[in-house]
Design a protein around this ligand. Sequence first.
Ligand SMILES: Cc1cc2nc3c(=O)[nH]c(=O)nc-3n(C[C@H](O)[C@H](O)[C@H](O)COP(=O)(O)O)c2cc1C
Length: 323
Amino acid sequence: MKFYLAPMEGITGHIYRRHFNELYKGVDKYFTPFIATNQTFKLKNREKREIDPKINEGMVVVPQLLTNNAQQFIWYAKEIKKLGYNEINLNVGCPSGTVVSKHKGSGMLIDLEQFDNFLETIYSELANDLFISIKTRLGIENFDDLEKLIEIYNKYPMNELIVHPRTRMDFYKNIPNYNAFKEVCEKSNKNIGYNGDIKISDDINKIITDFKDYNVDSIMIGRGFLTNPMLVENYLSNKPDTNIDCDRLKEFVAKLFEDYVRDYTACSDAINRMKELWFYILEPFSDYNEVKKYAKKIKKAKDKDVYETTVNNLIVTLKNITL
Ligand SMILES: Cc1cc2nc3c(=O)[nH]c(=O)nc-3n(C[C@H](O)[C@H](O)[C@H](O)COP(=O)(O)O)c2cc1C
């Protein structure tokens, strides 16, 4: 089984990926948060940094594109290939209203004929030069068109199909639909990746066991890694999910913060970025009053010193907790 870090806009950018890769084991591929194409046919500086091969050295990184415009996809894909990448991922999952209303992200599933034409154009232009993988939800409001969708995907030479078995209307609520995922496994001729709500080693075991008869060869993890960057490392070394290396966590969050401070003009932006991550990291400790106290302090922190002192105290507290 291969393990992938899911793309998460605003969180798993190049700084997060680099430090994660330095400190934690087990990720085979890192997907960038989406790059939205536009008619200027120009990569923004921020996007160039995101996929700069030097910054991403030592990792297998797959840039992800969000678009419904085939010509834009082709142009961006060719630019990205020039940098040395051999795989591009297409986002067919984003559920946000502004994205879906433009028939992008999971909104591509609104009109399957239009989507099929889009795929026909990009694969016929690029398939000889590049792998184009797809990360997809399985419907808009329900799974009624699933069979048609699988037939469409089966026509194109994608190296893998990563499936988040929710509809657009689910957003991140409800539970991933195993029956819909099973239908993909049964009817698809692709290598399948599973994505959605993998939080502990048993979740990994369940996917491996329940779908052992199918072509499921990768598991993509998003929020599970944010909460516990040791998730796959623990799984691979048969250690319990509760095995949390606080010294490594301290180093990880310190390195992230240092680089965010350098990257953003305002320190408050770096703090806000860390606040989002702490929300996930502290999830397993939500029953501990002392942790809650520090979580509140982090949430309120506006300056660097207060943030750093709070984090240092928090880590000492975490070290004394046995989950
Ligand atoms: C804050 C946030 C940002 C996300 N950004 C992206 C993105 O840029 N591209 C994408 O394909 N999915 C994105 N996703 C979806 C995740 O990649 C993933 O499919 C989803 O969180 C389910 O997996 P998980 O339960 O392992 O987190 C995002 C999700 C969240 C919560």
